[in-house]
Design a protein around this ligand. Structure first.
Ligand SMILES: Nc1ncnc2c1ncn2[C@@H]1O[C@H](COP(=O)(O)OP(=O)(O)OP(=O)(O)O)[C@@H](O)[C@H]1O
Ligand SMILES: [Mg+2]
Length: 360
């Protein structure tokens, strides 16, 4: 610990002491109801991190809080309660019992928790139906495909009805089609029940598809936490940047990210708009509450007003991809209109090109 505090790296510590740094300098919080993805190269400490959450691994130092309560110091009995009630884990290797039916595998956690037979089968059937396995209750694991076995693992976690799901590369063993289907399933489940999900992945496409926020780990450290857009726009280091290389920004960035202040393009009366005061050929007419009323096209000698209903506009959440379509159909920078019709900025063709260009 002293060496770490002194700034020594993982390799140096291993060389000198033979000790492996699993996780170090990792402070962040996960919000209730979000899908929080942990990403990083192999060996960067992802699995160690989630195993610290449910204390399958005891931290040498530091604290972990659940709903404001420190779980690092809990006694065995209380810890067991947390594991049964609050968190369930889905493993990469499905960890099913080969001699037990799908239903019994699903009910296993509940049985260990002494839930009565009727109740545990009811909850297990419900969970199996949720993951699309109704009708397979009496099959054995070896009669199922890998994807179906993974679903049993997920159903087993869901049957516990945990507030928090910990998923360690839970979909890595699945083929791409089934994997994508399971990701969709997870997004649906999360939206329905507002579960908090901590999801480990080393697949960026997966992280971007399902993650509300992403933490990037390197050599045991958490080096950046943020939304996909934040990480893409402001990578904390070349390592983070490397993760995002080749990501199709048009899927990720939105009009809100690209909008620039409309500044002196804004006019408040038709006579202002027709004057020659502004250098901008397109002027955005707003009322006294900044609501967009129209755009004046002053690119020719006889300025024309384009009415609000004839304008192409974007919302802050409109994707860059859609923006490209809009921008190619009209000559003026696209106005970004926020709630209640107020003009929050404009996106020029230059800004669109720049954002695409940076990706190459
Ligand atoms: N039981 C263990 N004993 C000793 N060292 C371990 C143990 N488990 C993991 N480590 C080490 O801790 C570090 C972090 O490993 P961890 O399994 O958390 O990585 P990971 O990010 O999950 O990698 P992967 O993507 O390959 O699953 C590695 O250097 C690894 O060698
Ligand atoms: Mg791992």
């Amino acid at each position: 610990m002293k060496m770490l505090d002194g700034g020594a790296g993982k390799d140096e510590i291993f060389d000198q002491t033979g000790q492996v740094v699993g996780v170090f300098d990792a402070s962040f919080s996960v919000k209730r109801g979000e899908i929080f993805v942990i990403m990083g190269l192999s060996g960067s400490g992802k699995s160690t991190m989630v195993r610290l959450f449910n204390r399958l691994i005891e931290p040498t130092s530091g604290s972990i809080f659940l709903n404001g309560k420190e779980i690092t110091g809990l006694k065995d009995k209380d810890l067991l309660g947390v594991r049964r009630r609050d968190m369930s884990m889905v493993f990469q290797s499905f960890a099913l019992m080969p001699h037990m039916t799908v239903l019994d595998n699903t009910a296993f956690g509940l049985e260990v928790s002494n839930v009565g037979e009727q109740e545990r089968y009811r909850r297990s059937r419900e969970a199996l139906a949720q993951v699309g396995l109704a009708g397979h209750e009496y099959s054995f694991p070896n009669q199922l495909s890998g994807g179906m076995q993974q679903r049993v693992g997920l159903a087993r976690a869901l049957a516990n009805d945990p507030a928090i799901l910990l998923m360690d590369e839970a979909f890595s063993a699945l083929d791409p089609l089934i994997r994508s289907e399971m990701q969709g399933e997870l997004i649906k489940l999360q939206a329905e029940a507002q579960r908090t999900i901590v999801f480990i992945s080393h697949d960026l496409d997966e992280a971007l598809r399902i993650g509300h926020r992403i933490a990037i780990m390197e050599g045991g450290r958490v080096i950046q936490v943020g939304t996909p857009q934040e990480l893409l726009n402001n990578p904390a280091s070349p390592y983070v940047e490397a993760f995002f290389k080749g990501v199709d920004a048009s899927r990720l960035l939105t009009a809100g990210d690209l909008a620039e202040n409309a500044g002196d393009r804004v006019v408040r009366s038709d006579s202002d708009a027709q004057g020659k005061a502004s250098n901008h050929p397109y002027r955005y007419l707003v009322d006294d509450r900044d609501r967009l009323l129209g755009v004046w096209d002053a690119s020719s000698d006889t300025p024309k007003r384009i009415a609000r209903e004839d304008l192409c506009t974007a919302g802050p959440e409109t994707s860059l991809h859609e923006m490209l379509g809009l921008a190619s159909s009209v000559p003026y920078p696209i106005p970004v209109v926020a709630n209640e019709g107020t003009l929050s900025g404009v996106v020029s063709k230059d800004a669109l090109l720049r954002s695409l260009c940076r990706q190459v």
